[in-house]
Ligand binder design. Structure first.
Ligand SMILES: O=C(O)CCC(=O)C(=O)O
Ligand SMILES: [Fe+2]
Length: 242
């Protein structure tokens, strides 16, 4: 039986964080890794500090021209439903319609950012292959836009307000406050010292304690980030409009 996210809510502020260890099995993890790594070459977008695959459609300001997620990704939908990940967030979507696959080699990461208004405020991330520490920075609501834009640069040198350790096969769900009021990022380092960074879910992610292994070496991590893009356009409609 899959646990519901309600039973996996972290008892922390902001309270909209849910963490389920071993959400998928080792065998499922391996299948997903194989599918990611055997995707057609042009599917990969290479960035400076990670590479990614975009599934479900390209998200733009005008909306997303949606295409169904491949079966190896929609395979997880019943699991998300059982865990009630996307339940009640929108009358029109029961399942996610978009998935970003990110691959980070050890030492790679992602700058602190917000995911923005194109998505509904529920992000569901399945982690494969290696752990990582996701860091959170308060978003400066009171600053002018210009200052906010420079914040991502500043936050790189700041200490995060809190962090989360995400282990292979886990599910991390971020909703509401933590989605809207915080930026998240992954530092470009090759190992994580679990004694620093104010990691709030250590009891859940390291139930054996951190005395024996206070420092975790990173391997290559693949993350599957499922979201709902609210505004979708059908390719047919776009074509007829011309
Ligand atoms: O890899 C992750 O867990 C985070 C990815 C992320 O923040 C994003 O794609 O917006
Ligand atoms: Fe993000």
């Amino acid at each position: 039986m899959t646990r519901t996210i309600a039973s996996a809510k972290l008892d922390i502020a902001p309270s909209s964080v849910y963490y389920i260890p071993d959400f998928i099995t080792h065998a499922e993890e391996q299948t997903l890794i194989d599918k990611v790594l055997t995707a057609p070459k042009p599917k990969w977008v290479h960035l400076k500090n990670r590479r990614l695959q975009n599934w479900g459609g390209i998200v733009s300001d005008r909306g997303m021209i949606g295409e169904p997620l491949p079966i190896w990704l929609s395979y997880l939908f019943p699991r998300f439903r059982e865990a009630r990940v996307f339940e009640g967030i929108d009358a029109f979507h029961q399942d996610p319609n978009h998935c970003l696959v990110n691959e980070y080699l050890a030492g790679q990461g992602i700058m602190p950012h917000k995911d923005g208004p194109a998505y509904l405020p529920t992000v569901s991330t399945v982690t494969l292959s290696s752990h990582c520490v996701l860091e959170f920075y308060k978003y400066p609501e009171d600053k002018e836009q210009e200052e906010r834009d420079s914040t991502t640069e500043e936050t790189r040198t700041q200490e995060p307000e809190f962090s989360l350790l995400v282990q292979p096969r886990s599910l991390l769900v971020l909703k509401e406050d933590v989605y809207k009021k915080y930026m998240h990022g992954i530092r470009e380092i090759t190992e994580d010292d679990l004694r620093t960074g104010n990691i709030l879910n250590l009891p859940e992610a390291m139930p054996q304690g951190i005395e024996e292994t206070p420092v975790l070496k990173r391997g290559t991590r693949i993350s599957l980030t499922f979201r709902i893009v609210q505004k979708t356009l059908s390719a047919k409609k776009l074509f007829l409009r011309r």
